[in-house]
Design a protein around this ligand. Structure first.
Ligand code: NAD
Ligand code: LMR
Length: 339
């Protein structure tokens, strides 16, 4: 049985994510931490008749929340408003992530750390560098959550296929298309690289293929615009964050899991150096690719997806790498420059 801690549990993502985790039978203790309202959210969830215990911790007790946690999920920090890029969040969220990860290094150094807070392309390097500085880094434990891009790709692929085929019936199933599409790279605009595994689908999409790519890469902007100043994706992100966390929990419970993409520190993973070579950029330290899990930790990267990329997908990977290098460097410098 597993203690899971949600840091940022009272927020737009944190609350529905905590609700979903309350329903998971593998969770024995759900610790909710936030700088505001976490005890109230915990009290509310504690009335649900599933078997986990829920506890809420206030601002001054992150130690209580983290101690004994095997999994820590972090949706803490500010979200975007219209007109902002994810990188605009760096100014506030970089310090928040550094502080939270410092506490994790002190109180839950062996936990799997799942980072949702944006900009993911920089917050994951901040977490890795901070743990490194503390002598607490276990690279396979630090994962940037990019699952929302995959959820979007699955949804939009089916929408476009149904549209071009003018299919009157539900010919495609959004819940069963995961083998046909995945997303690699990073989590922001052009760093998001959707990969359609079935070439027939690309042919079917015709001129809608470019639109499909654009929607996956900029889906976050659609939500930010529609919410009109009230934040960014929360409910779809809670589902995506849950999907990722559930995979980690199943792996901890020795269940077989299919490789799932996550943004990881390549030099710290067993076959990471080979992947850097495969990506033709040995200076690239982070990339999201499907990973193999053992005990809920990244044991190796499954880069088979890179062997079958089309020319267009290879070009997207190249573009993604150029942008990622800057975001990664910015995250690293935030820690190295301030230590
Ligand atoms: P929100 O403002 O609704 O919630 C954030 C919560 O974090 C708040 O309750 C706040 O009190 C809390 N918080 C702030 N500083 C904290 C700290 N030091 N310790 C603990 N809690 C703290 O925002 P949201 O909509 O839930 O989004 C949260 C983050 O997730 C944003 O950075 C957003 O950009 C990001 N996000 C990422 C993805 C992704 O795909 N990875 C998707 C959606 C949103
Ligand atoms: C998303 O993809 O929806 C999140 O990263 C939130 C955002 O700022 O777009």
């Amino acid at each position: 049985m597993v203690k899971v801690c949600v840091v940022g549990a009272s927020g737009g993502i944190g609350q529905p994510l905590s609700l979903l985790l309350k329903l998971n039978p593998y969770v024995s203790e759900l610790a909710l931490y936030d700088v505001r309202l976490a005890p109230g959210v915990a009290q509310d969830l504690s009335h649900i008749n599933t078997n986990s215990n829920v506890t809420g911790y206030s601002k001054d007790d992150i130690e209580g929340a983290l101690k004994g946690s095997q999994v820590v999920v972090i949706p803490a920090g500010v979200p975007r408003k219209p007109g902002m890029s994810r990188d605009d969040l760096f100014k506030i969220n970089a310090g928040i992530i550094k502080g939270i990860v410092t506490s994790i290094g002190e109180y839950a150094p062996n936990s799997r750390i799942l980072i949702i807070s944006n900009p993911v392309n920089s917050t994951v390097p901040i977490a890795v560098e901070q743990l490194k500085a503390m002598g607490k880094l276990q690279p396979g434990n630090v994962m940037g959550v990019t699952t929302l891009d995959i959820v979007r790709a699955e949804t939009f692929l089916v929408d476009y296929l149904a549209n071009v085929k003018k299919s009157p019936t539900r010919q495609y199933d959004k819940t069963a298309i995961s083998k046909e599409v995945t997303v690699i790279g990073g989590h922001s605009g052009k760093t998001i690289v959707p990969v359609v595994r079935n070439e027939l689908y690309i042919d079917s999409l015709q001129d809608q293929y470019a639109e499909f790519i654009h929607r996956v890469q900029f889906g976050g902007d659609e939500v930010v615009k529609a919410k009109d100043g009230a934040g960014s994706a929360t409910l779809s992100m809670a589902l995506a964050g849950y999907r990722f966390t559930e995979t980690i929990l199943r792996s901890i419970h020795r269940e077989a899991t299919t490789p799932i993409p996550t943004f990881v520190y390549l030099p710290g993973i067993s076959n990471g150096r080979q992947i850097q070579k495969k990506l033709r950029n040995e200076a690239l330290e982070y990339f999201s690719l499907p990973v193999r899990l053992v005990d809920g930790r990244v044991s190796a990267i499954d880069a088979s997806v890179l062997d079958h990329l089309s020319a267009k997908e290879q070009e997207m990977v190249h573009t993604a790498i150029q942008e990622l290098l800057g975001s990664i460097d910015k995250g690293k410098k935030f820690v190295i420059g301030s230590s």
